[in-house]
Design a protein around this ligand. Structure first.
Ligand SMILES: Cc1cc2nc3c(=O)[nH]c(=O)nc-3n(C[C@H](O)[C@H](O)[C@H](O)COP(=O)(O)OP(=O)(O)OC[C@H]3O[C@@H](n4cnc5c(N)ncnc54)[C@H](O)[C@@H]3O)c2cc1C
Length: 554
């Protein structure tokens, strides 16, 4: 007997995304947060293209675009002089419907995600802190401390630790968080400023001893400034922006003046990764699983993608349509992403913050030239976009990725996010945005250059949408540009990544893939479905059922 299918611990961006995605798939999670309400700190600022694609499926992309600012360019300043400008406006043209980086504060992202959750009828339980948990074979018992100090026990089938860098879910499961802090202390300030900065664009000041970033924020002359606390000020208690402002002015030039600062904070950055992302019925996502330097604006976005990866799998398992082994693929797929992220951000960060003489020279004399030359080349620009926007993440070595014969080297492969294409999806119909046509609450089968299968070859039933791409000159051009051969087929997972791919559509191979890899429709899944029927009856108000309230000191 459980009170909730999924207990989501933490209502930061990761927890909000997970709860939203579960709710869209018919699972009503219990989401708690130890704070009294949503965070009002901006923290992360960059929303990547892949996140916007996911926002679009959630119906919140328009709000995000309206509130945010598109980064049209990055201006690199070295020793007070503008050394280069990298155009960013449509850097990912043809690669994503959102070919840019959107500047939108974490607080706004959380607000939009919170509203979407409320619209699905799910309320966040604030002032509720996970303080203990016990894992059993068939459930987890979680002890939740409430505002008045009372402890409530909740039995959950699964627990998602979206509880940030100091994760209780991670600690209570004794999962090591390996890594180290960087020696530098950062400051972040929301300022009103005027000066040589190019308005509405990113301005990066590189100097011998470090760097300063100016992010344009909503409104006029509103800049988020990020930098390293000067060595002379490190360790000083109650540091204020007034103390670091002279160092910023020294580098940006005398024309820079600050008219005010509404938020100032310093923080020490760590690079750490949880040794495991799952312990039996508990999962770790977002900052609970990995933290790293803010280089490349990846942190919040990676947490959002962790949630998108886990949600569809958890929903299938909770509803008894797939075996629990499907959940192993969460860690199989997301640990390599975190590992790569930590190593790339670490290398880039070390270069940016190193105070060695050589690194200083490289930053101020060489880096700007290399970057502007490289970014003028189409191939490198596309590679940079794919990497930073997270649209290039692939799960090639995942147990869910299977490639059959018939696809050339340049074609999308098993594990890739299927490319964004504009195709005629019906004969004589309009050219459509494929991503709009894909249903991310189901699997999608793309059948290209061959007739669609006559019946449900997959065994997925109503969990599958078939898209037979008609023969048409527009489609031929688009497919050949994307190096997609005809005939070919792609079975896409709900998160848009290719599960099974090949040339000629083989019904038997698809059926085997669905049974063996996804474990959909297996006996084990059916047993779980039957056992889960007890749950079905009690779904709806998970927290109000058999939760036991008692005093913390009882
Ligand atoms: C000053 C600062 C600047 C940053 N700048 C950037 C940036 O520019 N770009 C970028 O990508 N990233 C940045 N980050 C990182 C980014 O903020 C995180 O990656 C992001 O917040 C991760 O989201 P999350 O939901 O995983 O965790 P969090 O946002 O930390 O949310 C965790 C939630 O869990 C709750 N919680 C914790 N413990 C419990 C418990 N026991 N019970 C119940 N609830 C609990 C917390 O109250 C919190 O609401 C910055 C971080 C900081 C601190």
């Amino acid at each position: 007997m459980v009170d909730t299918d999924v207990l989501v611990v933490g209502a930061g961006p990761t927890g909000l995304m997970l709860a939203n995605q579960l709710a869209r798939r018919g699972v009503r999670p219990l989401i708690i947060d130890r704070h009294a309400g949503p965070s009002v700190q901006t923290r992360a600022l960059g929303v990547q293209a892949r996140t916007l694609e996911i926002y679009s499926k959630l119906g919140i992309v328009e709000q995000a675009l309206e509130l945010g600012k598109r980064a049209t360019g990055a201006n690199l300043w070295a020793q007070g002089r503008r050394a280069a400008r990298i155009p960013l406006g449509d850097i990912g043209r043809d690669l994503s419907p959102y070919p840019f980086l959107l500047i939108l504060g974490q607080d706004d992202n959380e607000r939009i995600l919170g509203d979407a959750l409320r619209n699905q009828g799910i309320t966040i339980q604030w002032n509720t802190e996970l303080v203990d948990l016990e894992q059993r074979t068939d459930q987890v018992t979680a002890a939740l401390k409430q505002a008045a100090g009372t402890i409530r026990e909740v039995a959950a089938a699964w627990v998602a630790g979206c509880d940030g860098a100091h994760s209780a879910v991670r600690d209570l499961n004794r999962i090591a968080f390996r890594g180290a802090p960087y020696e530098h202390v950062f400051f972040v300030a929301d300022t009103r400023a005027s000066g040589p900065m190019v308005p509405g664009e990113l301005n990066v000041y590189l100097w011998r001893k470090g760097f300063h970033l100016f992010f344009p924020m909503r409104g006029t002359d509103h800049w988020r400034v990020v930098g390293i606390v000067p060595p002379a000020l490190r360790g000083r208690e109650e540091l204020t922006f007034d103390a670091v402002a002279p160092a910023v002015r020294d580098e940006a030039g005398a024309e820079l003046s600050f008219q005010g600062c509404s938020w100032f904070s310093t923080y020490r950055i760590h690079h750490r990764r949880a040794e495991r992302f799952r312990d039996r019925r508990c999962f770790l996502l977002g900052d609970a699983a990995h933290i790293h330097s803010p280089v490349g604006a990846q942190g919040m976005n990676t947490g959002l993608q962790d949630a998108y990866n886990l949600a569809w799998k958890l929903a299938l398992v909770v509803s008894g349509r797939a075996g629990a082994a499907l959940l192993d693929s969460y860690a199989d797929e997301r640990i390599p992403v975190a590992r790569r992220l930590l190593s790339t951000t670490d290398r880039a960060f070390s270069l940016i913050v190193s105070d060695s003489w050589l690194a200083g020279l490289f930053r101020t004399r060489v880096l700007t030239r290399i970057l502007s030359a490289a970014m003028s080349r189409d191939r490198i620009r596309k590679l940079a976009f794919r990497t930073i926007s997270q649209t290039g993440i692939r799960y090639s070595n995942s147990p869910l990725s299977e490639q059959l014969a018939g696809l050339p080297a340049g074609a999308p492969h098993a594990g890739d996010r299927f490319p964004w294409l504009r195709l005629k999806l019906t004969a004589d119909g309009p050219i459509e945005d494929l991503f709009e046509a894909l249903d991310d609450t189901r699997f999608n089968l793309m059948v290209i250059g061959q007739p669609p299968p006559p019946a449900d070859v997959s065994g997925l039933g109503d969990m599958l949408r078939v898209h037979a791409v008609p023969s048409d000159p527009v489609n031929h051009r688009t497919l050949s540009h994307a190096q997609i051969p005809q005939p070919s087929f792609y079975l896409l997972r709900p998160d848009g990544h290719v599960g099974l791919a090949g040339g000629r559509l083989e019904a038997e191979a698809v059926r085997r893939y669905v049974l063996e890899r996804l474990q959909v429709g297996t006996d084990r899944a059916r047993h779980q479905a039957e056992a889960g029927h007890e749950l079905e009856d009690r779904r709806g108000a998970p927290s109000e059922r058999s939760a036991v309230d008692r005093h913390a000191d009882e």
